[in-house]
Design a protein around this ligand. Structure first.
Ligand code: PMP
Length: 284
């Protein structure tokens, strides 16, 4: 079945959805993106995703393709046209098409592309078993707080994980975990305290990370925002990652070390349940 895709003002069958070969997203990865989950045909925490989109655009001096209300209306129309009940809506913004030149073009109009992916996000069977992760050297650029489409290092990390029989990779820089290849990394210490790296330019400011931290505050779960080493993670009671597409994903093995007897730990499982409950309730 063909999806309907949004491209610069038009809703088109995916085979007809085209972008210029001179688009700077293609030539320079001069583009940013966002992903929002959809539950029951409604968007999860979408205002926060659009606020981060705005921030990414501002950091790169890129024009916005529309107001938050305009973009939300397009997302909703795309969900309706694809009859999407559960899954993801991707939103890609590029600086637009212009003759190839490193300098930013003065008059290019930003391109806006949106597409959906139907998938089970709430009852994801992988969350029942948890995933293993391998640590890999951090080779990404130094502005990981900007959500750019420059994702090749993340693709390489995922391929390394796959080759090792693992579900994901966690990047390590100067001896400390930065984040997962497409998610934020958490560990749970044996005393029940959560640890996740503090916000900086070194990691993406995850929308799910923020929501999970708010849940911890509500539930009286103590959290330390600081870097942690792979060695500390090996000794942790539990680990998990957070993202808009996988919500709270239990991690049951890091490199060769099995955590929480190889099954999702109680804290990760509880936070996942609470997050899904909240997402269902607040989706709009
Ligand atoms: N870090 C990276 C590198 C990511 O790609 C993502 C997801 N796109 C995240 C963290 C998680 O962010 P969010 O919770 O906003 O999806």
């Amino acid at each position: 079945m063909s999806r309907t895709v949004y491209v610069n003002g038009d809703f088109l069958p995916e085979a007809d959805a085209k972008i210029s070969v001179f688009d700077r997203g293609f030539l320079f990865a001069d583009a940013v993106y966002e992903v929002s989950a959809v539950i029951g045909g409604k968007l999860v925490d979408n205002a926060a995703h659009l606020a981060r989109l705005d921030r990414s655009l501002k950091e790169l001096g890129m024009a916005s393709p529309g107001t938050g209300e305009e973009i939300t209306a397009l997302q909703r129309e795309l969900i309706a046209q694809n009859d999407l009940d559960e899954g993801l809506v991707y939103l890609q913004v590029t600086r637009g098409a212009a003759d190839r030149d490193f300098g930013y073009p003065k008059d290019a109009a930003p391109s806006l592309v949106m597409f959906t992916q139907a998938r089970t996000v709430t009852d994801n069977p992988t969350a029942e078993t948890g995933i293993s992760v391998v640590t890999v050297p951090e080779i990404r650029w130094q502005r990981r707080d900007i959500k750019t489409v420059g994702l090749l290092a993340a693709c390489m990390a995922k391929e390394t994980a796959k080759a090792a029989g693992a579900g994901d990779a966690w990047f390590v820089e100067d001896g400390y975990v930065t984040e997962g290849s497409s998610n934020n990394a958490f560990i749970v210490k044996t005393d029940g305290t959560l640890v996740t790296r503090q916000l900086s330019t070194e990691i993406l400011h995850g929308i799910t990370r923020k929501a999970v931290i708010a849940l911890c505050e509500r539930e009286g779960i103590t959290l330390e925002e600081r870097p942690f080493t792979p060695e500390e993670a090996y000794e942790a009671a539990e680990a998990f990652s957070t993202s808009a597409s996988a919500f709270v994903m239990p991690v049951v093995k890091i490199d060769d070390r099995i955590l929480s007897n190889g099954a999702p730990g109680p804290v990760a499982a509880k936070l996942r349940t609470l997050y899904v409950e909240m997402a269902r309730e607040l989706a709009e």
